[in-house]
Design a protein around this ligand. Structure first.
Ligand code: ARG
Length: 460
């Protein structure tokens, strides 16, 4: 096995189980490209600092390119003693370029290195996630416009409440996803902030130009302002996992709606075959597995967030090995969130809807509020109209007819201000369109929501 990076003062043998227990390569090798990019930028900074000659730096940068191509082609050979990605890359670099490879780590610690690698990886991964999230929002927005005329029952407490538009429901979820997108936008610069140049904890004695390294690495958030904080800070992981967990809460609520709407008893929507599965026993079944998996993963991602928070809690200032436990949760949450977003986009763009079944879900008593509002427009206080409309609902129930089938005379027996034009109340589309305030269920408002969302997406 290769000698340990930190082998100088250690003479005893390490328990083989300890070796495995301590190693993080199986996980952090995923950051091989970021580890190499970070090292190449650092080598350039060491030239400016007078530690490496231009020629030495070129040798190191070229050697690192070779290491990178080994990783990329799957030919990198991991050796016993390659504790983590930093150790493995430096070991291989030195094999390739000789002793000069040993100059690369001057003034650097794995503490500022690992934090840099992780931030680079997360920044790239979340930037991709953001692209996929905006795609999902745009699919919902396009459907909302294309199907703006489709009416459906809106629910509170999952009880039929008032008439809304299918597109209004779509935009309700797109609005939550837009907040997630904004959260991501806000946190990305805090992820892309540079720890490198902080050393183990106290800073860098060779005066590497941290601003230069930050620019080289595209760290849009600049440099971490305090070296002790720089190697301590895993907030960017926690924040990212909070984003993922909350976004999954949103996706799981969307999924739950669709699971209910796709039940045969509702029949509002049907998942395409690409995202459903059958039953091994019951030939008639079509199960919304994709949606259920999203709902399930939402639970797991909350667990991952709690896990990272618990790992960080109470650790003394600066680096502790506890932090290594965060990577697995981070990779899992980012992967799952990205998968869920892309699956949701697939489900939503291939979902078929059944507007007739949605209309059948609208019942006349859902217009009871509109009946009360009819009298409000005639000057009757709402509290009173609420009772009047309630009495009408009861009369319809008692006589076994839908609310809309009560005659004008029957309604007048409850309140004298009902007139012939009361029949106009029995119109679901008009009920939705009456709610024409900003953000309401009217068609005009819906199209305004669509336009605003498009403007947001175009600007981001
Ligand atoms: N593999 C370690 C990690 O993921 C790298 C940092 C090691 N630093 C140290 N002082 N042991 O956190």
């Amino acid at each position: 096995a290769t000698p340990k990076l930190w082998g100088g003062r250690f003479t005893g043998k390490v328990d083989p189980l300890m070796e495995k227990f301590n190693a993080s390569l199986p996980l952090d090798k995923r950051m091989w490209a970021e580890d190499i990019r970070g090292s190449q930028a650092y080598a350039k900074a060491l030239v400016k600092a007078g530690i490496l000659t231009q020629e030495e730096a070129e040798t190191i940068v070229g050697g690192l390119d070779k290491v990178a191509s080994e990783w990329a082609s799957g030919t990198f050979v991991v050796k016993a003693g390659d504790e983590d990605i930093h150790t493995a890359n430096e070991r291989r670099l030195t094999e390739l370029v000789g002793a000069v490879g040993g100059k690369l780590h001057t003034g650097r610690s794995r503490n500022d290195q690992v934090a840099t690698d992780t931030r680079l990886w997360l920044f790239a991964a979340l930037t991709e996630v953001r692209g996929s999230l905006q795609e999902l929002i745009s699919v919902a927005t396009n459907r909302a416009e294309a199907e703006a005329d489709v009416l459906m029952p809106g629910f509170t407490h999952l009880q039929q409440a008032q008439t809304v538009r299918w597109g209004h429901w779509l935009m309700s979820h797109a609005s939550a996803w837009q907040r997630d997108d904004m959260r991501l936008r806000d946190l990305l610069p805090r992820v892309a902030t540079l720890p490198l140049g902080s050393g183990a904890l106290a800073g860098n004695p060779f005066l590497v130009d941290r601003q230069f390294i930050a620019r080289e690495l595209g760290m849009v958030g600049g440099v971490c302002p305090n070296s002790m904080d720089a190697v301590s800070d895993r907030d960017f992981v926690a924040e990212s996992l909070f984003f993922a967990a909350l976004h999954l809460v949103h996706l799981s609520r969307w999924a739950e709606d669709l699971i209910i709407y796709s039940s045969g008893l509702f029949g509002f929507v049907q998942c395409s075959d690409a995202y459903a599965t059958g039953s091994s026993l019951m030939p008639q079944k079509k199960n919304p597995d994709a949606l259920e998996l999203i709902r399930g993963k939402a639970g797991k991602l909350q667990g991952n967030l709690a896990g990272v928070m618990a790992v960080l809690k109470g650790t003394p200032t600066t680096y502790n090995k506890d932090f290594q436990e965060a990577w697995e949760l981070m990779f899992d949450s980012v992967d799952a969130a990205h998968d869920c977003i892309r699956i949701a986009t697939g489900v939503l763009s291939t979902l078929s809807i059944n507007p007739d079944r949605m209309m059948k879900g609208l019942s006349a008593d859902m217009l009871a509020t509109d009946l009360a509002e009819y009298l409000v427009r005639k000057g009757v206080p709402f509290r009173e109209t609420h009772h009047v409309s309630g009495a009408a609902v009861k009369m319809a129930e008692d006589t076994g007819v839908p609310l809309s089938s009560l005659s004008v005379a029957q309604l007048q027996s409850i309140h004298p201000l009902f007139e012939d034009d009361v029949v106009k109340v029995w119109d679901f589309s008009a009920s939705a369109d009456a709610r024409d305030t900003e953000g309401g269920a009217s068609k005009r408002s819906l199209l305004e929501q669509v336009a605003k969302m498009r403007a947001y997406l175009a600007a981001e």
